[in-house]
Design a protein around this ligand. Structure first.
Ligand SMILES: *[C@@H]1O[C@H](CO)[C@@H](O)[C@H](O)[C@H]1NC(C)=O
Ligand SMILES: *[C@@H]1O[C@H](CO)[C@@H](O)[C@H](O)[C@H]1NC(C)=O
Ligand SMILES: *[C@@H]1O[C@H](CO)[C@@H](O)[C@H](O)[C@H]1NC(C)=O
Ligand SMILES: *[C@@H]1O[C@H](CO)[C@@H](O)[C@H](O)[C@H]1NC(C)=O
Length: 437
């Protein structure tokens, strides 16, 4: 049996080869040959030279790949389609086995030289070698393009920003007398078509409005079609990662105003908040887009918050310094700072301070002696009395200073409230603008 197999296979393949004459394929070959034999791709395919070739354009935005505010570049993935008529590529389909449509190599036929004006970089777009031609000579060419286009990006309202970038198509050489442009679909259809758009990106496609214009240049009149791609950012991720943490940190710092201004713990508290805020900003510095042309409002807000933090910390340092100065000349005077909550490390610190011979008064590290006897209280009161008597003049000056600082404290507290309020109002109005579109 085994040696028979090759013979059977040869016989079957012979039957298949001779039994199917492949008329479609040969007709296709015949047609392609006939179409391209006398074709000159250098010549614009019109019988009457004064007639313009009408190129119909269509555009689908597929995805927003990158919005680079620093370099003012937008990278989009679009599906581009152009349709034109070639008067030399038509045939009578009943003479060619009812073939209505064939594909031809793009390199073999005339094609319009349409470019995107804003294009600054050619990305990897597949070079599709074929176009479809139907029997009346209509050529359809469609290709996906990754366009890196120059666009004036407005990041002032980040993360509630809306961008309006245009893609302008025109023939690089041919004037409107030779190559004219038109829309393939109605402009309303183009405007609201979001079917091809990938929804789960950072950006949402709002609309693609389009205009047809004739541009007058010194070299002639050029037809151009402009698509305005309007996109808006999904702000939620930035609200969660940027806005809310920064507001929380400011609220925490606002809480420090409930500590008495002369309390040393306040400095520690404020320093911690400042360090926290700095770490937060360093971490998030890549999240906020920046450009030389404009700064996002939220960046300005962060800086103002930082300035407030630094200002109030310096004020606290100044205040404590003033209070400490007071005791340099005289005895210690207890200033009450959080009578209920004593510093946990105070008992450890005081002996050390004494050992080091530091004359820092207990004012600076709130003095709260648990085993305070009447005698000690009396001696303290006495020392205050002494102090007031000996340095009355100086103390009055100091008190004025202190009053000023307290007033400043109140002022700072109010500016915190004002800044936070302004921030909230601004965000709300930006959000309202954003959602109104
Ligand atoms: C196409 O060819 C068929 C048969 O040869 C003929 O009857 C018909 O008129 C032709 N049509 C055109 C549009 O030339
Ligand atoms: C070729 O395509 C064009 C545009 O799609 C259409 O108007 C025309 O009827 C088609 N011709 C044939 C023979 O199908
Ligand atoms: C986008 O910009 C174009 C001109 O640059 C303008 O005509 C169009 O109205 C703008 N669209 C929106 C939604 O702002
Ligand atoms: C995106 O959402 C729109 C409606 O919101 C829908 O019509 C469209 O099919 C979606 N696109 C994709 C790719 O899922």
């Amino acid at each position: 049996m085994a040696p028979l197999w090759p013979c059977i296979l040869v016989a079957i393949s012979g039957i298949l080869a001779t039994g199917t004459p492949q008329p479609r394929n040969s007709a296709l070959h015949h047609l392609t040959k006939q179409l391209l034999q006398k074709y000159h791709k250098e010549v614009r395919p019109v019988r009457d030279w004064s007639e313009a070739t009408l190129v119909n354009l269509d555009l689908f935005v597929h995805a927003i790949l990158d919005v680079d505010a620093q370099n003012q570049k937008l990278k989009t993935s679009v599906w581009y389609r152009e349709v034109w008529n070639d008067e030399f590529l038509s045939w009578n389909s009943s003479m060619f086995d009812e073939i209505r449509e064939i594909s031809l190599p793009l390199s073999a036929i005339w094609a319009p030289d349409i470019i995107i004006n804003e294009c600054v970089d050619i990305e990897r777009s597949p070079d599709l070698p074929y176009v479809y031609v139907n029997s009346s000579g209509t050529i359809r060419n469609s290709k996906p393009i990754q366009v890196v286009s120059a666009c004036s990006l407005e990041i002032y309202a980040f993360p509630f920003d809306v961008q309006n970038c245009s893609l302008t198509f025109n023939s690089i050489l041919h004037t409107v007398e030779d190559v004219d442009l038109a829309f393939l679909r109605s402009r309303e259809d183009i405007k609201h078509d979001k079917k091809a758009f990938l929804n789960d990106s950072e950006w949402e496609l709002l609309s693609i409005s389009s205009t047809y214009q004739i541009l007058q240049k010194s070299t002639g009149n050029f037809a151009q079609i402009q698509f305005n791609v309007v996109i808006r950012r999904h702000p939620l991720v930035y609200v969660v990662r940027l806005l809310i943490p920064s507001i929380f940190l400011m609220l925490v710092d606002l809480g420090s105003f409930y500590l008495p201004p002369n309390c040393r713990a306040r400095i520690v508290f404020k320093t911690n908040v400042l360090v926290g805020y700095t770490i937060f900003r360093v971490n998030m510095s890549n999240e906020v887009p920046g450009s030389t042309a404009s700064t996002p409002l939220i960046g300005v807000f962060f800086t103002v918050c930082m300035a407030l933090l630094v200002l109030s910390l310096s004020k606290s340092v100044l205040l404590i310094r003033c209070l400490c100065d007071e005791w340099h000349g005289g005895q210690e005077r207890p200033l009450l700072c959080l009578p209920g909550y004593t510093d946990a490390d105070e008992p450890r610190m005081e002996p050390r301070a004494q050992r080091a011979g530091v004359t820092e008064s207990s004012i600076c590290q709130e003095h709260q002696d648990q085993s305070g006897t009447l005698k000690e209280v009396w001696s303290q009161l006495h020392s205050i009395n002494n102090y007031l008597q000996t340095q009355d003049q100086m103390a009055r000056q100091e008190t004025e200073w202190l009053a000023l600082l307290y007033r400043f404290d109140l002022l700072l507290f109010r500016s915190y409230l004002v800044v936070l309020g302004l921030y909230a109002i601004t965000l709300c109005s930006l959000w309202a603008l954003w959602s109104g579109l």
